[in-house]
Design a binder for this molecule. Structure first.
Ligand SMILES: [Zn+2]
Ligand SMILES: [Zn+2]
Length: 105
């Protein structure tokens, strides 16, 4: 909302200007507000890749022999799981070759 500098009447927006219908005074719309909104949008764009990186860190690969009889893979993805009823975590492995899942014993 903007009031006319000349007569104090409520001004109306017209394209990118404020226009007074009482005395026909015109003023440019507040460019600082639009500049601030543009800056916030830029920061949101910068934040998106950081979220993607955090998701990729959820699973990691380590040397671990697959327990499946017909698989000789020695690498597995793992994620940390809270142990039921306990305060520490246990690894859940997923074989990178055959997808076999098993828990750290
Ligand atoms: Zn006016
Ligand atoms: Zn396997």
């Amino acid at each position: 909302m903007q009031f006319c500098d000349e007569c104090g009447s409520l001004m109306h927006t017209q394209d990118d200007r404020w226009v007074c219908r009482s005395c026909e005074n015109e003023a440019p719309r507040d460019s600082q507000v639009e500049a601030a909104m543009t800056t916030r949008d830029g920061q949101q764009d910068d934040g998106a890749p950081a979220v993607a990186d955090a998701t990729q860190d959820a699973t990691e690969t380590m040397a671990e022999s697959c327990p499946a009889d017909d698989c000789d893979s020695d690498r597995a993805n793992y994620e940390m799981l809270p142990k039921p009823g306990g305060s520490y975590e246990v690894r859940l492995f997923t074989c990178v070759e055959c997808g076999q899942k098993w828990r750290e014993s």
